[in-house]
Design a protein around this ligand. Structure first.
Ligand code: ZN
Length: 289
């Protein structure tokens, strides 16, 4: 699930000034000088509205000349002010996708407000963050629901992402769970729960999580067998697994998984006492002795 990211250490208003200054040697100098003040106000508006597309609407003066902005992003000149900013944002330092929480290094840079509809934010750092290819394929140019509500969480502005926002419930039977369900945390307000639901539905996260869940659950049964064989404490050992996953992010897929296991007393009892699928040959061997 979404992970909160530190806002880039870039003054986006100052960046507009610098871009317009650099345009003074080019063909479109009149256009950019003419919109300098309004463009800065637009970026200020984005920051104040926290990028929320329910508030920030497209700007016709930019949309009509979108190629002038898109080229700033897609083909920045070597000495341009935005080039190092974009390079910094593309540094592959994250080990998970901030939009879905899946492990791996996100490959692309996403425009939270898409650059075709909002070309004036094409190089605005606070509108850009790394995203995995799968999320990007789901998100496309989507912004708002049919009811005009924003679809996606914003990793720089949605501070509540510091807490766990999704809960997993695991259904019986525990040797091979028939169901799992991801849903927004009940600790969040109804409005935030609705936002989280829109976010996970529009990025296909439940289906993607299900594949991860099946693999993790098989690991869990194996770990439970090991823990019993070593005569260790089940809850304590699984707590260590959970804490390790939390170090990555409280909303990482692994943390949501182990948190749900530890909150599920019947499942813990099963792991502690039942004949585990992986244990069966060993148990049978003991019984035969
Ligand atoms: Zn992703």
């Amino acid at each position: 699930m979404v992970t909160r990211l530190q806002r880039p250490a870039i003054d986006d208003i100052q960046l507009v000034n610098q871009v317009v200054d650099q345009r003074q040697r080019g063909r479109n100098r009149g256009y950019f000088e003419g919109i300098r003040a309004s463009w800065k106000q637009r970026v200020q508006h984005y920051i104040e509205a926290r990028g929320n597309p329910e508030v920030v609407t497209p700007w016709a003066r930019a949309v009509s000349f979108k190629t002038r902005f898109l080229s700033l992003y897609s083909s920045p000149q070597a000495d341009s002010v935005q080039k190092p900013v974009l390079e910094k944002l593309r540094e592959r330092t994250l080990q998970m996708c901030p939009a879905c929480g899946e492990d791996g290094t996100p490959n692309t840079l996403d425009h939270y407000l898409p650059k075709t509809e909002f070309p004036d934010f094409a190089v605005t750092a606070v509108n850009l963050f790394p995203m995995c290819d799968t999320c990007q394929g789901w998100k496309l140019e989507k912004v708002l629901s049919q009811d005009g509500e924003r679809l996606f969480l914003h990793p720089y502005f949605d501070e509540f992402l510091d807490q766990q926002v999704l809960q997993l419930s695991i259904g019986e039977p525990y040797h091979a769970p028939a169901s799992m369900e991801l849903r927004p945390s009940v600790n969040l307000s109804p409005a935030l729960q609705a936002l989280i639901t829109r976010h996970i539905e529009n990025l296909g996260i439940s289906t993607r999580y299900y594949h991860f869940f099946r693999e993790q659950y098989t690991h869990l049964l194996g770990s439970a067998a090991d823990i019993r064989e070593e005569e260790l404490n089940m809850r304590q050992q699984l707590t260590l697994f959970r804490n390790k996953a939390r170090r990555k992010s409280i909303n990482s897929w692994g943390h949501i998984f182990y948190e749900s296991v530890l909150a599920n007393d019947p499942l813990l009892l099963y792991l502690e006492t039942a004949a585990l699928p992986g244990l069966e040959p060993w148990m049978q061997a003991c019984a035969a002795e």
